[in-house]
Design a binder for this molecule. Structure first.
Ligand SMILES: Nc1ncnc2c1ncn2[C@@H]1O[C@H](COP(=O)(O)OP(=O)(O)O)[C@@H](O)[C@H]1O
Ligand SMILES: [Mg+2]
Length: 268
């Protein structure tokens, strides 16, 4: 039997890289096993209230006694730290990152690692994948009932890469009441379905006299997706120094309905 030939230094290096990738993937999947459900908050458009819904919903779920993490993956506009007024980043311990907490929700955000918040980073697919894997790998998430993920908007490379890398259990699509917003929402839902992933619910945000109402329920009926609830357009969001769900009873009622619908859809 012939002796196996010596590997060249390049081959050794490649083998080491393959081993490292494999180990990293195994650790990521171990890490993620301690999270029962990962839910993405998504829309076809920016500015419809994804970050607002992700933040307030995470807090509402935490108030019902569940363990929740909020993961800000909107790589172009990571705003979760703003809505929660978080200035400190994660703490490093035993080469793991321990996320800061607010109102019972632990928070990880791409913005913790941005040098300054006004600089735009141009993210390409492989960079996004690497960054998300790095987050998943190095964060000590702990045992969680839910991870709520604030996703980038649209149907371009960025949201697609995030969705595929994170292996989410389901999506909540946020729409506003206008016709054009509904059209975009339908397009996004079709994209998610093309990836063989599931939209588990629709939320209509900014309903009321100014923009009208009904787009969410229309999408729900025409596409066969549960309607989780609507949220009125209100001045409270502008003045609030705390997340609005903690400040206004009316807003709390809206989020309580949405949260209960989500929990029962997922058999919690
Ligand atoms: N129901 C609402 N009533 C009033 N203002 C809202 C409401 N929902 C969101 N906003 C405001 O609209 C703006 C955009 O919301 P944001 O959550 O940042 O959207 P997205 O994450 O989809 O880009 C924010 O200034 C937010 O405070
Ligand atoms: Mg946002």
């Amino acid at each position: 039997m012939s002796k196996p030939r010596q590997l060249t230094p390049q081959e050794e290096a490649r083998l080491a890289q393959v081993r490292k990738n494999f180990q990293e993937r195994r650790q990521i999947s171990e890490n993620l096993q301690s999270i029962k459900k990962k839910i993405g908050i998504y829309s076809g458009k920016g500015g419809v209230g994804k970050t607002t819904v992700a933040t307030n919903l995470a807090i509402q779920i935490a108030k019902s006694g569940f363990s929740v993490s909020l993961f800000d993956c909107d790589i172009d506009c990571p705003n979760v730290t703003k809505t929660l007024h978080i200035s400190e980043g994660p703490i490093e311990k035993d080469s793991k990152l321990i996320p800061p907490s607010r109102h019972g929700v632990s928070v990880m955000s791409m913005s913790f690692f941005q040098e300054d918040e006004e600089t735009a980073i141009i993210w390409r697919g492989p960079m996004i994948r690497n960054a998300i894997n790095q987050f998943l790998h190095s964060t000590q998430w702990g045992q969680l009932d839910f991870m709520i993920v604030d996703l980038p908007p649209g149907t371009s490379d960025a949201p697609l890469t995030v969705m595929q890398t994170l292996q989410l259990d389901g999506f909540i699509v946020v729409t506003t009441p206008q016709d054009l917003a509904a059209l975009d929402a339908k397009r996004s839902i079709n994209m998610i379905r093309k990836l063989n992933l599931e939209v588990i619910g629709i939320v209509e945000n900014m309903s009321g006299d100014i923009f009208g109402r009904g787009a969410g329920e229309e999408i729900s009926k025409s596409m066969g997706i549960p309607f989780f609830g609507s949220i009125e357009l209100r001045k409270d969001y502008k003045t609030s120094t705390n997340p609005t769900v903690l400040e206004s009873e009316d807003v709390e009622k809206e989020y309580s309905t949405i949260s209960n619908n989500l929990l029962s859809k997922l058999n919690f």
